[in-house]
Design a binder for this molecule. Structure first.
Ligand code: GCU
Length: 676
């Protein structure tokens, strides 16, 4: 049975049992979205909207200039009647689901609620591939692509022609359910295919593939979600018959313009393109002696007449590094490449920057590009799929890490701290073109996310985009209350506690103090202390008998710290003031270096790695107490994954502790056993 995530129909119906709905969009006109709201009320709540306002208790009304935002909504309650109003039908979708969530959470509305999204762009990026696989996906195959399988929940989409174009799974019911989940937490943009665009995926922007994309886009559009596609920079050569992809070549520009015009003829509210160029082997403007602004602006100009955007990824670095050369530093790459281009991007071009300078590690500082760019639209990129955070085998609720990183001082202002959400509009060229994006964590698995508790990350990501004032705990509480509405309070508290502590627990038994990348090379899950140490990827820890960590100081290291604003750089440059959780990211220190916590580095490593396994043992014990108090499928799912997590944590503990014991020769001060 396909999981209902946080919209379990019985819970939803119970919460709004006595309400009678009325929908009035006469001021703006009926559209696909208002029809969608009617359909959701009919399907989800099993009742039609009434035609006479006076018979209703909940009135959804679109009226221009209710608020300044076209996505925001207001909720008023007077004399037992609830009015949900917004300028657009888009706003009504958000208002409807927000109101429903409040009801499901049991809250009462005593005063006017006005809710306007914190981030204009609230995007999910799929790394789905046309063969049905998902790059870094841990929850089954793609819901968009892949062969039909006989699962009874699927509805096959008949294609007139077979062959290559038949790369779409055609399970429109599944996509519709997904779109509803996304809309219910305020997501307004989705990119369907992997940023590494290969094979048939290069052709998705052309017929006949485009027709299938349009069918998917229509579903998302009903839920106020704009569809984007990742494109291959070399498409004009690969599929367009041109002999160049030079972004300044008129024929190349004309090819993209035609392609874009075709797309908009099929998908009038198409969002635009996501582009990974000159990165990890993908083609890009460098081949033609052009820079990333030249590349991005070519797309921006083609998309501009239609209101589209190009989202250009800043994840650009040399992936053929020589580990022998200690002056090289991958962390420097994004800033070195893009900082000189600040102010050169078109108003509908957006630079998408991963929150950390390397790659979604369990602990990383904020990217120095975020703060340094002053005239550029930025999207901050997160990864909901748990590539380096436990593959949705280990429980890992990521909101604490994401929110901490957003709460970091960007150094934008010389005197006062400016956090990431405050900074984005200050640097923007067009304030509508900023926000967050995150790599999806869902697939065809019955529970969507492989690990049931990983649903909280998708839910939480949406909530974090919409309401920047929410804390990680508050979001975990919401998700748990909605998802386990039928469970007793104590069981819910256990689940919340697991979520709240899980990110720190995971971090405790993997690579210590921000050093990162001690993972297995082949799949990035499990311990591989030296798997990347002599490799080409630029991710080293440089442990030796005296100490460990990467010297990124200006004084003696790679100079990376100099990319931060002076006030921030000064604090990081000194190992004595550098925060513990990223110490080894910035400094090579002796094992006897004393942390702010009062412990030495080596003792911290031993203590956290022992504590990590103990924490997982605790999860197992407390989870076992939930048997019979939550649904069996969830109970078994999490119980099974906790056992795998335990094996993983033990392996990390033993290999990391043994490695550093062998390196340092320093015993554990508590005399615990460390393998020799
Ligand atoms: C990571 C990940 C890749 C992905 C890349 C990206 O390196 O391992 O699978 O393609 O990020 O963000 O482009």
């Amino acid at each position: 049975m396909i999981d209902h995530m946080w919209l379990e129909p019985n819970v939803v119906r119970d919460a709004v049992r006595d309400e009678v709905f009325f929908l009035d969009v006469s001021a703006v006109g009926e559209d696909a979205r208002s029809l969608r709201i009617r359909a959701d009320i009919a399907e989800l709540l099993e009742r039609p909207c009434v035609t006479d306002e006076r018979d209703s208790t909940v009135r959804l009304m679109a009226r221009p200039s209710v608020l300044e935002s076209d996505e925001g909504f207001a909720i008023d309650v007077a004399d037992g009647v609830t009015e949900i109003t917004g300028n657009t039908t888009r706003a009504l979708i958000y208002g409807f689901y927000d109101w429903m969530r409040r009801r499901m959470l049991g809250g009462t509305i005593d005063e006017r609620i006005v809710s306007i999204p914190s981030q204009p762009i609230r995007m999910i990026d799929h790394w789905d591939q046309t063969d049905g696989s998902v790059e870094r996906g841990y929850a089954g195959e793609s819901i968009f692509f892949g062969r039909w399988n006989s699962n009874e929940h699927h509805e096959y989409l008949e294609f007139p022609e077979r062959g290559d174009s038949d790369v779409f799974r055609g399970d429109m019911a599944r996509i519709e359910a997904y779109a509803r989940f996304l809309a219910s937490v305020g997501i307004n943009a989705v990119s369907l295919n992997n940023v590494n665009v290969r094979g048939v995926a290069i052709r998705l922007i052309t017929h006949p593939w485009l027709d299938r994309v349009a069918q998917i886009a229509r579903i998302f559009s009903e839920y106020a979600i704009d569809t984007y596609l990742s494109v291959n920079f070399a498409a004009p050569k690969i599929i367009g018959g041109l002999d160049t992809c030079d972004p300044l070549d008129p024929a190349v520009n004309a090819w993209w313009r035609r392609t874009v015009d075709d797309i908009y003829a099929m998908i009038p509210d198409f969002g635009g393109f996501v582009v990974k160029a000159d990165s990890e082997g993908e083609p890009g403007p460098f081949s033609y002696g052009r820079d990333h602004a030249d590349g991005a602006n070519m797309f921006a100009r083609a998309l501009e007449p239609h209101g589209g955007r190009v989202i250009w990824r800043a994840f650009v670095y040399d992936c053929h590094m020589d580990w022998r050369d200690r002056t090289l530093d991958r962390a420097r790459a994004a800033y070195d490449t893009f900082r000189p281009l600040d102010g050169r991007f078109e108003a509908n071009a957006i630079l998408q920057v991963k929150f950390g300078p390397i790659d979604f590690q369990p602990s990383e500082p904020l990217s120095p590009l975020i703060g340094a760019m002053r005239h550029t639209n930025l999207i901050v990129e997160f990864q909901i799929t748990a590539e380096y955070l436990g593959h949705q085998i280990d429980v890992n609720y990521m909101l604490p890490q994401w929110l901490a990183s957003l709460d970091t001082d960007t150094g934008y202002d010389a005197d006062t701290a400016v956090t990431v959400p405050a900074y984005l509009p200050l640097a923007a060229v067009d304030r509508r073109n900023i926000g967050y994006a995150a790599v999806a964590n869902i697939g065809m698995d019955d529970n969507w996310t492989g690990h049931k508790l990983a649903q909280a990350n998708l839910y939480g990501y949406g909530r974090m985009c919409w309401d920047g004032s929410l804390t990680a705990d508050a979001i975990a509480r919401e998700w748990t209350s909605l998802t386990f509405a039928r469970t007793d309070d104590e069981a819910r508290e256990t689940i919340e506690w697991m979520l709240d502590t899980s990110n720190a627990t995971y971090e405790s038994y993997v690579a210590p103090l921000g050093v990162g990348f001690m993972v297995k090379r082949e799949n990035h899950y499990g311990v591989g202390v030296n798997d990347f140490e002599y490799d080409r990827w630029g991710t080293y820890h440089y442990s030796d008998r005296d100490g460990t960590g990467v010297d990124r100081t200006v004084a003696t290291g790679t100079g990376y710290i100099g990319q931060y604003a002076p006030r921030i750089a000064a604090a990081l440059e000194d190992a004595g003031t550098c925060p513990d959780d990223v110490l080894l990211f910035f400094h090579h220190v002796p094992y006897t270096h004393v942390l702010h916590s009062g412990k030495t580095v080596i003792q911290h490593i031993y203590d956290t790695h022992f504590a990590g396994v103990e924490a997982v043992d605790d999860y197992i014990r407390r989870w076992d107490g939930l048997r019979g108090r939550i649904d069996d499928a969830t109970f078994e799912n999490v119980a099974e994954r906790l056992q795998r997590q335990r094996r993983n944590a033990i392996e990390w503990r033993d290999q990391i502790n043994t490695y550093f014991h062998r390196m340092s020769g320093i015993p554990d001060s508590h005399g615990r056993s460390i393998h020799r």
